[in-house]
Design a protein around this ligand. Structure first.
Ligand SMILES: NC(=O)c1ccc[n+]([C@@H]2O[C@H](COP(=O)([O-])OP(=O)(O)OC[C@H]3O[C@@H](n4cnc5c(N)ncnc54)[C@H](OP(=O)(O)O)[C@@H]3O)[C@@H](O)[C@H]2O)c1
Length: 303
């Protein structure tokens, strides 16, 4: 394994440790992203659906970083008929990124993703992402929450392949078949919600961390034991595990101490023995969308 450092990047030059902005108000996004940039994060993960991009934009603008010094990902909310949210057409997809760039105060993003395969129009949306890359409004394009079948829809239609797939990934949800498929097709993995196995994950009012909490209990015993053996926090153990599995990771906190802790991952290593113990906790059980009553991988409408 190549030595991991704070400056390590993946195939598309994305810094391996990223800072997420889900469930933050615009004001919290502004203060947390400011704190994250100070702590050394150089990848920020955003989304149209987080409704806070103007806060992230203010933090980026106020930082002294030049544009080439940071990598920013954002996502298209595709729409979903079942939720009564109109599906985005090709033209609306193009216009959506243009509007997001205004909020972010940027002239391009580094990576643009379809947030989930929630729309029947998903191939038309992908075609628009290909065009957005040609226009220079994003350097790279990819998907999120796509399973093998949905990625194959794109490949079989003859369109350029997604460069990345952003998915929920932690020891209780390793999705071995999907990750093998992505590896074979050179689709870079970005892991979100790496901290989902923690007992106190998303416990603030309205964040939904209590849903399916009982499914984590057995895994938590092992995670606590291994973290104690290595004398690191459980959060650091889970994040470092993701890095050693070859994933870019995303983490999010409103607390400066934790923001710093979550990027200090390069002064210890998890041995093969402990990696194996953690890998054995897999149940292919996602948690991130569970409070909305769904698994985004399974929510795709038929084309
Ligand atoms: N594509 C998708 O569908 C999708 C889905 C989910 C997430 N994401 C992206 O991935 C990012 C990360 O996922 P996430 O928001 O679920 O975040 P996460 O980093 O997995 O978990 C955040 C939760 O853990 C707590 N926490 C953070 N650091 C901690 C530490 N060192 N020790 C103990 N607890 C800690 C936070 O509380 P405090 O804030 O109180 O510290 C919060 O409750 C998102 O923000 C978003 O950008 C994408």
């Amino acid at each position: 394994m190549k030595a991991l450092t704070k400056d390590s990047r993946n195939e598309i030059d994305m810094p391996l440790v990223g800072f997420g902005t889900y469930q933050l108000s615009p004001e919290e996004a502004e203060s947390s992203v400011t704190e994250a940039l100070k702590a050394g994060y150089r990848h920020i993960d955003s989304a149209e659906g987080y409704n806070n991009e103007e806060g992230t934009g203010r933090a980026l603008k106020a930082s002294s970083l030049s544009r080439d010094d940071f990598f920013i990902t954002t996502k298209l909310f595709p729409g979903n008929k079942q939720w009564g949210a109109p599906e985005k057409t090709y033209e609306q997809t193009i216009e959506t990124l243009k509007k997001q760039l205004i909020d972010l105060q940027l002239d391009h993003v580094d990576l643009y993703l379809i947030h989930a395969p929630l729309a029947e129009l998903r191939l038309e949306q992908w075609k628009a992402l290909v065009e957005l890359k040609k226009l220079g409004l994003t350097k790279h394009i990819g998907v999120s929450n796509y399973d093998e079948t949905r990625i194959n829809e794109i490949l079989n239609a003859g369109w350029p392949k997604p460069e990345v797939n952003q998915i929920e990934f932690h020891p209780i949800n390793t999705q071995p078949n999907l990750t093998k498929f992505m590896n074979e097709n050179s689709i870079a993995p970005i892991a979100y919600s790496s901290l989902a196995p923690l007992a106190n994950w998303r416990m603030a009012e309205g964040q939904g961390g209590e849903v399916l909490a009982e499914k984590k209990q057995n895994a938590q015993v092992v995670i606590t034991e291994v973290a104690n053996e290595l004398a690191v926090s459980e959060a650091k153990l889970l994040l470092r595990w993701g890095l050693q599995r070859g994933y870019s990771i995303l983490t999010r906190s409103t607390k400066p101490k934790r923001i710093q802790e979550n990027i200090d991952l390069f002064d210890f290593e998890i041995s093969e023995h402990y990696m194996d113990r953690l890998n054995q906790l897999n149940q292919d059980q996602p948690f991130a969308w569970a409070a909305n009553g769904l698994n985004p991988m399974e929510a795709a409408p038929e084309l």
